[in-house]
Design a binder for this molecule. Structure first.
Ligand code: ZN
Length: 181
């Protein structure tokens, strides 16, 4: 059995699993905010109500430092989302254009060809972003996540360490180097 003792103070009384700290330090909350807007019309006052929902994620500073780091994940998600949305729009406008050609409306056909051209360029750019960022995001992620799940943190010494590998030790700011991601 690997020792869970802190390599610096050699004690376990101020240590906790990194994944548990992150889990307990992350809180999700939803709040509702009501706005009342009055607008005047000729025949009287009209009231409109806007109900806005605000979801906030709060993390303690320590939990944020100990979080499993993201690598190109946001860019990858944006790339794939825009690729799907733009290619669907492209297909839709191509279908509308085919209809315009059939009815012989040359003005709207020309306009639609401009829109389709812009959408096609956008689709290619989004696809390139998605294809470029996906391997960066995936490479080494599963292995790094397994390592991250094994990590402990000592509150006394502010260090992260692995009970299984004495070489994997350092301050939370070195999380990326420790797990190699
Ligand atoms: Zn310690």
């Amino acid at each position: 059995m690997a020792s869970q003792r802190c390599p610096k103070c050699n004690r376990i009384d101020a240590t906790a699993k990194v994944s548990a700290i992150v889990k307990s330090g992350t809180k999700y909350s939803t709040s509702y905010d009501t706005k009342e807007d009055a607008s005047y019309r000729e025949n009287g006052i009209e009231w409109s109500f806007n109900l806005d929902s605000v979801t906030t994620t709060t993390q303690t500073i320590l939990a944020r430092q100990l979080n499993f780091p993201d690598k190109a994940g946001v860019a990858m998600a944006c790339g794939w989302t825009f690729f799907i949305l733009l290619s669907l729009s492209d297909a839709l406008f191509s279908w509308i254009r085919a209809d315009s050609v059939r009815t012989g409306n040359s003005t709207s056909t020309a306009d639609l060809e401009v829109i389709i051209g812009v959408l096609t360029v956008g689709t290619v750019i989004a696809m390139m972003v998605a294809l470029f960022t996906t391997p960066i995001h995936i490479a080494g992620r599963a292995r790094a996540h397994l390592l991250w799940e094994q990590l402990y943190y000592c509150f006394r010494d502010d260090i992260v360490y692995s009970p299984y590998d004495p070489a994997k030790t350092g301050p939370p700011s070195r999380m990326r180097q420790i797990i190699g991601y």
